[in-house]
Design a protein around this ligand. Structure first.
Ligand code: SF4
Length: 171
């Protein structure tokens, strides 16, 4: 699976938003869910946290895989989604960077904020959770068949692991 981390703390994230923004949280339900950043539940928790802080989240959009451009583009024409995407001023992709690229391409009129940093490929196990086994060269880490814990990778790269709604602490 593709491994991503959070780029920002929650405070850094809201620092890029305005109370006038119409926000869509767009997530896929595969790798990013196992990284504990995205997926239906984490997207909803972030939406509720933003709403409770006075931000206008107009839609929580769940997609099978945001790396499939056709699926993303379909949101522009589907009766259930077209209006919200036309109105949105900000989209927060809880996806990997591939998903971010597709969402940015499909919705050029919205401010699409890159909220995740994709760092390589990993595996999920029930005892260890998600770990990074094949890091991208840019991370400066070597291959590790036992897997690096995401909190360790996040600390090395100045990122954050775990969900956005949870606040600012680096786990
Ligand atoms: S967009 Fe990225 S996180 Fe979402 S399913 Fe595709 S590879 Fe996984």
């Amino acid at each position: 699976m593709i491994i991503s981390l959070r780029r920002f703390s929650y405070d850094d994230l809201v620092g890029q938003l305005s109370k006038d923004d119409k926000i869509i949280i767009f997530t896929c339900n595969v790798c990013i869910k196992f990284c504990d950043i995205g997926g239906r539940t984490r997207a909803h928790q972030l939406a509720e946290k933003l709403r409770s802080d006075g931000y206008n989240v107009i839609r929580e959009e769940n997609i099978g895989a945001a790396c499939i451009l056709d699926l993303v583009e379909k949101r522009k024409t589907d009766a259930a989604t077209a209006k919200a995407f036309e109105e949105a001023t900000v989209i927060l992709p809880l996806t990997c960077e591939d998903g971010f690229d597709n969402i940015s391409y499909a919705f050029p009129n919205a401010k699409v904020i890159s909220v995740t940093k994709t760092v390589g490929i990993g595996v999920f196990s029930t005892d260890k959770g998600m770990t990074l086994t094949v890091p991208f060269e840019t991370t400066g880490l070597g291959i590790n068949i036992d897997g690096y814990p995401l909190s360790e990778v996040a600390e090395k790269l100045g990122c954050y692991a775990g969900p956005y709604f949870d606040g600012n602490a680096k786990p």
